[in-house]
Design a protein around this ligand. Structure first.
Ligand code: ADP
Ligand code: ASP
Ligand code: MG
Length: 411
C-alpha cells in the first residue's frame, strides 16, 4: 500500500470545525487506499501565546522548560484530530515526538532531527490506524528531554517523517493553495507556481517566505521527498494539487526570476570612521561570530583620505542589541568613531536559478527601485539571488515593483 504524509498548519486546525474539515481530507486519502500519517501544528496563535508566557515567567528562561511549554500546543491538536477521526469511524491514534521517537539534537528551541524510528508507526499502519503526529517536537534521548524544532518546525517534522517512512508523497496543507511568486497577502497580483525548484524554494524560505521552514526544504531535497504545498481550505471532495517542489530537470519553462521574498528580521549596524588597516574586519566580526551572531550583508566604504572607512552590515533583529553591546565593548580594539544602527529596515530579495545564465538582472532592479525613490542601504548577490536592504516603509512598494519588473504579475 502506498504511504502518504499530510501536514496541517495552525490556521488549518484553529477550531474544532476546522479540525473536522482536516479529518475529511484524511478520510479521502484513507478511502483512496493510502496508509496515512498526519502531522499537525498547534492551533494558530497558540505557540505565540505559549512563548509569551515563558518570557513573562522569566526573561532568562531555561530553554529546556521553554520546550516543555511550547511543545504542548501540538499535543492538544494531535489528540483532538484522533478523537474526531475515531468519531468518523476511522481508526486513529495520536503520537507525541517522544513516543515515536523523533530523536533530535539538544539545541533546545531549534533542535535538529537526527533520526526517526518508523517501526511504531508502521505497526499502527498494519493495524489499519491513521497515525496523528504532534509536529514541531522531538526528544533528546541522552537527557530524556523534550525538544522543539524552531518556529514553523512542523513542516520539517512532516518531511522528515515522510523520509523515514519512505512515503510516496508529503502534502503540506496550509492557508494558501500553493507557493506563490511572492507573499500573496501583500501582492494580490502574485501567481501560484505549479512547480518550484528545491534550490529556489530553499532561498525563498531562508529569505523570508515563511510558507515552508527552511530545514524542511533541505530535508526534502536531501531525501528526495516528493513534497506538495496545497490548501486545507479546498473542498475535501475536490482538492487541488497545489505546488510541487521539484528538481531543476522537472521544470519545463524556467523564468529568470521565480520569486520575490522579504524579511523584516534584519537590523543594520554602521561603524563610522573605522581605521582602514589589516585586521579590522576580524576585530569586528570575530567577536560577533563567537557570540553566535550571524552577520549577513556587509558593505565597506572607503573615505576620501583612504585612512578610514565606514562599515555597514546586518544582523538578525533578535541579536541587534547584543551585537551593539559587543561592538561597544570592543570599541578600543576596533577603533571606530561612531556606532549607528537601524531596525526599521527590510531585506527584499529576488530569487531564480535563471540568474545563473543571465547578466544584469540585479542592475535592472536598482534602476527600478531608484525610479520609485527607494534608497538602497546595502546589496548582496549570489548565483541565484540578490537582496537589497531598504527602509521598512517601502516594503510593499519594493516587492510590487520587482514583481512587476520581472514579469511575475498575473494577467
Ligand atoms: P501554516 O500555519 O500552515 O504553517 P504559515 O503561516 O507558516 O502556515 O505559512 C503560510 C503563509 O506563508 C501564507 O499565509 C502566506 O501569507 C505566507 N507566504 C509568504 N510567502 C509566500 C509565498 N511565496 N507563497 C505562499 N505563501 C507565502
Ligand atoms: N506551532 C509551531 C509554530 O507556530 C510549529 C509550526 O506551526 O510549524 O512555530
Ligand atoms: Mg508554517
Amino acid at each position: 500500500m502506498s504511504r502518504l504524509v499530510m501536514k496541517f498548519g495552525g490556521t488549518s486546525v484553529a477550531t474544532i470545525e476546522r479540525i473536522k474539515n482536516v479529518a475529511r481530507h484524511v478520510q479521502r486519502e484513507v478511502a483512496a487506499g493510502h496508509h496515512v500519517a498526519v502531522v499537525v501544528s498547534a492551533m494558530s496563535g497558540k505557540t505565540n501565546e505559549l512563548v509569551g508566557w515563558c518570557k513573562e515567567g522569566a526573561a532568562l528562561y531555561d530553554p529546556r522548560e521553554y520546550d516543555a511549554v511550547v511543545a504542548s500546543g501540538e499535543q492538544v491538536t494531535s489528540g483532538l484530530l484522533a478523537i474526531v477521526l475515531q468519531d468518523m469511524g476511522i481508526p486513529a491514534r495520536s503520537w507525541q515526538g517522544w513516543q515515536i521517537p523523533i530523536k533530535t539534537s539538544d539545541a533546545h528551541g531549534s533542535a535538529r532531527i537526527e533520526d526517526i524510528d518508523p517501526k511504531g508507526l508502521e505497526e499502527g499502519f498494519a493495524r489499519g490506524e491513521v497515525a496523528v503526529i504532534a509536529g514541531f517536537q522531538g526528544i533528546h534521548i541522552p537527557t530524556g528531554r523534550l525538544t522543539t524544532l524552531g518556529r514553523g518546525g512542523s513542516d520539517t517534522s512532516a518531511v522528515a517523517i515522510a523520509a523515514a517512512l519512505k512515503a510516496d508523497r508529503c502534502d503540506i496543507y496550509t492557508d494558501v493553495d500553493g507557493v506563490y511568486t511572492t507573499d500573496p497577502r501583500i501582492v494580490p497580483k502574485a501567481k501560484r507556481l505549479d512547480r518550484v525548484v528545491f534550490e529556489e524554494m530553499l532561498e525563498m524560505a531562508s529569505l523570508g517566505s515563511k510558507v515552508l521552514q527552511v530545514r524542511s526544504v533541505e530535508v526534502a531535497m536531501v531525501h528526495k521527498v516528493k513534497t506538495f504545498v496545497r490548501s486545507s481550505f479546498d473542498d475535501p471532495a475536490d482538492p487541488k494539487p497545489g505546488t510541487l517542489i521539484c528538481d531543476e530537470e522537472d521544470i519545463v519553462e524556467q523564468q529568470v526570476v521565480s520569486g520575490i521574498a522579504y524579511s523584516k528580521d534584519e537590523a543594520q549596524i554602521t561603524l563610522r570612521d573605522v581605521a582602514d588597516k589589516p585586521g579590522i574586519a576580524a576585530a569586528i566580526f570575530v567577536p560577533l561570530a563567537d557570540a553566535n551572531i550571524n552577520v549577513d550583508m556587509i558593505i565597506q566604504v572607503v573615505s576620501d583620505d583612504a585612512k578610514t572607512t565606514d562599515l555597514t552590515f546586518t544582523v538578525p533583529t533578535a541579536d541587534y542589541e547584543r551585537a551593539r553591546k559587543i561592538l561597544e565593548d570592543h570599541k578600543a580594539e576596533v577603533g571606530y568613531k561612531e556606532l549607528a544602527g537601524a531596525t526599521d529596515v527590510v531585506k527584499v530579495s529576488a530569487i531564480g536559478i535563471g540568474m545563473r545564465s543571465h547578466a544584469g538582472v540585479a542592475a535592472r532592479a536598482f534602476k527600478a527601485l531608484s525610479d520609485k525613490g527607494i534608497n538602497i542601504r546595502a546589496i548582496t548577490t549570489s548565483e541565484i539571488k540578490f537582496s537589497v536592504l531598504i527602509d521598512a516603509e517601502y516594503t510593499e512598494l519594493a516587492v510590487r515593483t520587482l514583481h512587476t519588473l520581472y514579469g511575475l504579475d498575473k494577467a
